[in-house]
Structure formats: C-alpha cells, structure tokens
Design a protein around this ligand. Sequence first.
Ligand code: FAD
Length: 365
Amino acid sequence: MFDYCIVGAGLAGCVLAERLASQAGRRVLVVERRDHIGGNCFDYYDEAGILVHKYGPHYFRTNRRHVFAYLSQFTDWHYVYYRIRVMVDGRLVPLPINLDTVNELYGSSWDSEACQAFFARTRATIPQPANSEEVILAKVGRDLYEKIYEAYTVKQWGLSPRELDPSVCARIPVRFNRDDRYFTDRYQAMPKDGYHRLFARLLAHPKIHLLLKTDWHEIRQAIPFGKLIYTGPIDAFFDHCYGRLPYRSLRFEHETLDQEVFQPVSQVNYPVDYDFTRIVEIKHVTGQRHPKTTIVREYPEADGEPYYPVPRPESQALLEQYLAAARPTGVHFIGRLAQYRYLNMDEVVDEALALFERLAAAEVE
Ligand code: FAD
C-alpha cells in the first residue's frame, strides 16, 4: 500500500515525490508512461556523445531564491546567460529586440534616446490591444512586427497573431540598451551534470518506487494507494468527456555535424524562411566541449505530444468544465498538463513545493 500515487515523473511529480518521501516519510509510487524520468526536461547523450535536450531547449532561470536553493540540493550548476539571435533579411540580430537589433536592421547608429524616439514614431497607438497582433504593433510598430513576429507566430501556432489571445505576446520585451541576454532573471544556470542526473537524484529515496513505461489509465484499478497526485493532461484524466483540449506540438530533427560549432549562440530563430522555427545548438549553454556538435531543427505541428496549450477563449471555456469536474474528486492536479497552463520550470517547482506544504499541514491538523 502506497501513501501517495503520483502520475508523471516530470518536474512536478519528482519534486513532490522527493518532498513526500524525504520530509514526510511517505511511501510514494511514481507512474510514468514514457521510458524515462524528467518529463519534458529530459536530456541524454546522443550517439556522438553530445548532451542534447530531447524535448526542446530547457533554459533554467528564476527570480525565486527558494526554488534555486531547493534544486541546488540535487545539482551543481553551470552558470550561463542564454543568448538568442533571429534571422532577419539575411542577418543574425539579437532577440529580444535591443539597440543593436534596431541599428543593424536600419543601418543606423542611434543611441538609447534616439532608439526610444524611433519606437515612439513607429509603434501604433492601441490603448487596449484585443489580440496578439495589436499587442506587438503597440510595442514595436508594423515593420518589426512583420519582420520578426508575424510569420513566426503563424508557424509556431498555425494561427495569425490576430487570432491569438493578447496574453500570448504580452511579455515580449524591447530594450533600448545593448543587453542581449534572453532573460534577465537573477539566477540563470544549467544543471552541471544534466537534467537527467538532477531528476535521478530527486527520486533516489528508498521510499520512492518508480514504474516506467506504465500508463496510469491501464493500472488505476490495480494498485492500492492513499492519495492521488496527477500531472498528466486533465482532459485525459476524464477520458476527454467534454472534448479534447487543443495543444500545439513539435517535431525535432537532430543532426550531428563534424565541426565543433555550428552557430554563434544556442538558438537562432527563423521567422520567415524555412518550415522550422528555430535551430538549437544546446552545447553553447551546457558548456560541453566536444569536437562535434548536434543541432536540432524544430517544426511546429498540430498533432503529436502535447507541448503548448493554445490560449483561446474556446479552450479556456473547455478547461473551466474540466476544472469544475476536478474539484470534487479529491485528486491534486498539478503541473502544466494538469492545469493546462504554460508554466516555466521554476513556476512548476514553486507550485509543487507549495502543494507539499499544504499536504503536510493538512496531515498535521
Ligand atoms: P511534464 O514535464 O510534461 O511531465 C508530465 C509527465 O507526466 C510526463 O513525463 C508524461 O509522460 C507523464 N504522463 C502524462 N500522462 C500520463 C499517464 N496517463 N500515465 C503516466 N504518465 C503520464 N521551461 C523553462 O523554464 N525554460 C525553458 O527554456 C523551457 N523550454 C521549454 C521548451 C518546450 C518545447 C516545452 C514544451 C516546454 C518548455 N519549458 C521550459 C517548460 C517545461 O518543460 C515545464 O515547465 C516542465 O517540464 C513542466 O513539468 P511538469 O511535471 O508539469 O510536466
């Protein structure tokens, strides 16, 4: 008899398993349908011996000191700033848009003030943007919208920015200085020995039992347990009884090259050219030295593994139905699939730690 059954060995499931076993002495069963732990953060050494991220690049960063401190118990870090370039009119320029992006694209040599004046002239006046196109036009104006965002969004989502909720593009930053870091969070680092080792250490407790290649739906009647924590898709939990929540998926095409470096930074976005959205060379941020390199091209797709919830009013309405069905079950739904929300890794850890505190407090009462 297990005290807890946790469905999914991703970040949410592994953090909760670790806390429940090590801090509350609970016996925990973790059930994972894939053949590995780590969920979408999983990484591995490919045939050439290069550490690659199986499900797209995972750049860890956070402003939450307690999240960083918690994970630091299970890994050392390779400290690194993430840098991204975007291919526009045949040039590689910094993303997010900064002073250098503007100067390189317009052949200008503006300073910060002149750059701000440029944006003041070009951005559209839209006090309350109703969709993602309006959000971007209000931030950068039409030319940069068309060069950097419009076609990329169509490739990524299969929808025009006009059809997407304003929240999808609400956080696009524009900088008037030369800071070319992709993120500005206080802590930015990759697990020194890779994500897979970090996850293995989270689960390395004698009270945690792991079942890989096991779908919860196939064994749910067979295993006795106390409480259930579910990190899979919420609509699948209810056998899609109200319909399927839409997701955007990705296909990853790996290629190993007989050269040390392929591109100047870990990620280059291709908004207009090609069918792929980006090429990732993760070596730049894992810090691995190797005479060869592996690059990954990402092709957005409608079908496949569920990666990105599609933020539209219809999906929100469907989600509300599932959330209402979830409330009386006594099951704890946590993580990006169970909540149908795009969550960064640090948000997932934060929410898992908070759920553990609530569970521990409820048991004391
Ligand atoms: P998951 O990692 O999806 O884990 C859920 C697990 O449940 C999966 O392993 C799944 O196989 C399993 N499961 C589902 N159903 C069942 C079932 N019926 N039975 C058994 N097991 C089941 N975040 C960042 O902070 N930085 C980044 O750079 C970043 N890049 C990303 C890039 C991509 C392409 C994607 C898709 C996400 C990215 N993220 C990034 C987000 C990050 O992946 C998530 O925050 C994190 O993985 C969520 O963890 P989770 O445990 O909620 O979900």
